[in-house]
Design a protein around this ligand. Structure first.
Ligand code: PMM
Length: 331
């Protein structure tokens, strides 16, 4: 079945395994994007009145651009700009309205030198965002919602995030029913990657994403997070977008409790960022950047510690002295 998965001849294969990437190869590289030597941090700017976790806050163009710049100052490597909420039950936004929301923000951020991704299911929005300076198209439908998307991304030679998606939640086929969620998500993603490649998108420009919370319950999300190694067998870098999602509310609430609101799930999100980075994720998509920026750095340091440098540890910090800031450790 696989022409991509595990293919070592095209140089795309990323070693699977729970221990994350090698030194300098964190979660793989994506042609057309900067290379980061650890899991990258994608900050979210939702230019929407109604997004699930931050709707309404950055609805104004100036505020949205400022927020994106702030996210970069806090440690975001790239900023994902979206103009349509994917919240369960949200009505689709009109295409012209989506363009009005997204394009000026993409333009404003790109003009400031920010690496911008556009979160859209529409080919025309992707095209206009790319023309305004976006360098990555993030499509939660993996190319399914708009038949023009794959040809548009292929023509622009842009990198493309293919997320696992079973359809709009009103669609009966989008139900969260799986016998083996990990295998089914991997197989369905594989089909989408093959379709994108058949449509002219170069494999080395493709990123895959398990689509946490999309046609999935908390158990499914956790099973996928536990087995990012299986997603990595697709041979493409993996993006993980767990930020503030329902499954975190469920975990924090426990079996009987009521979930904390979305904005109180940022510490839990940072914990997922560390786990994802340690399993070799290429990037994590988050609303609150600062804690995740620390989390991915710690995860990379642990990964690096598992693959000692040549030449032993002479001169290495023994952990007992003051750190570079001059402060003694507390432990
Ligand atoms: N989730 C949301 C929006 N965009 N993009 C990708 N690639 N993966 C996701 O899981 C994803 C996404 C919904 O979250 P938000 O409305 O809180 O930003």
């Amino acid at each position: 079945m696989s022409t991509l998965r595990g293919d070592s001849e095209d140089g795309l294969r990323i070693p699977a395994g729970g221990g994350g990437g090698r030194r300098g190869d964190a979660g793989g590289t994506v042609a057309g994007l900067p290379r980061w030597d650890r899991c990258a941090v994608m900050g979210v700017v939702n230019v929407t009145p109604d997004s699930f976790s931050d709707g309404g806050r950055w609805f104004d163009t100036t505020a949205a651009v400022k927020h994106g710049i702030d996210l970069v100052a806090q440690g975001a490597d790239l900023v994902d700009v979206g103009g349509e909420s994917t919240r369960p039950g949200a009505a689709r936004v009109d295409e012209d309205e989506e363009l009005r929301r997204v394009v000026p923000v993409v333009h404003g951020l790109a003009a400031e030198g920010v690496t911008v991704s556009v979160d859209t299911m529409r080919a025309r929005v992707a095209q206009e965002a790319l023309a305004a300076g976006a360098v990555l198209v993030n499509d939660v439908s993996g190319g399914l919602a708009d038949p023009g998307m794959v040809p548009a991304v292929a023509a622009a030679q842009a990198p493309f995030v293919v997320m696992h998606w079973r359809g709009f939640l009103t669609d009966i086929h989008a139900r969260p029913v799986y016998e083996d969620v990990v295998s089914e998500v991997v197989d369905e993603l594989h089909a989408r990657v093959e379709a994108a490649v058949a449509g002219g998108i170069a494999p080395e420009r493709i990123v895959v994403d398990p689509g946490l919370g999309f046609s999935k319950n908390a158990e499914h999300d956790l099973a996928l997070l536990a087995r990012l190694d299986r997603l990595r067998t697709l041979g493409r870098p993996v993006l993980v977008a767990a930020s503030r999602k329902r499954f975190l509310g469920r975990v924090l609430a426990g079996p009987q409790g009521s979930p904390p609101p979305a904005r109180e799930r940022d510490a839990a999100t940072a914990a997922v960022s560390a786990l994802a980075a340690h399993q070799g994720a290429w990037a994590v998509r988050v609303h609150e950047v600062r804690a995740t920026a620390d989390a991915v750095r710690v995860a990379q340091a642990v990964t690096d510690a598992a693959t000692p440098r040549h030449g032993g540890n002479s001169g290495a910090d023994d952990g007992a002295g003051p750190d570079a800031s001059g402060e003694a450790g507390t432990q």
